[in-house]
Design a protein around this ligand. Structure first.
Ligand SMILES: [Zn+2]
Length: 115
């Protein structure tokens, strides 16, 4: 069953094809600061709507991701590789979805701080 998520103001929407296998709880400085919890899909499985601002980390020597957030309310929504789409794997903020729809999905600790 598809899952529909949205940013705080509702201007950005993301539809997942199915319940994610797990929710990643990452300890990197960016996820900690922005409150991002990740679920992961390939870009052709995910429907994304809205206008986004993006942030590429400037503290990494070789950044490889673009971090997107709603242009209007600033909610962090997803990240994608800096390469051209389609992306084999991208991350979507689990907090965009109704908590009831993610009930029972296991949480996995991700050691992003060591990357
Ligand atoms: Zn918004």
């Amino acid at each position: 069953m598809a899952l529909d998520g949205r940013c705080h103001c509702g201007a950005c929407t993301i539809r997942l094809p199915r319940t994610p296998e797990y929710v990643g709880h990452c300890n990197c400085s960016l996820c900690r600061a922005s409150g991002f919890r990740g679920v992961y899909f390939s870009s052709d499985e995910v429907e994304i709507g809205g206008e986004f601002d993006s942030y590429v980390r400037s503290d990494l020597e070789e950044p490889f991701l673009r971090n997107l957030r709603c242009k209007r309310c600033g909610t962090p929504t997803h990240w994608e590789p800096l390469t051209e789409p389609p992306h084999e794997r991208m991350g979507i903020n689990a907090n965009l979805f109704d908590p009831a729809s993610l009930e029972g999905v296991p949480v996995r600790e991700v050691d992003g701080a060591s990357w």
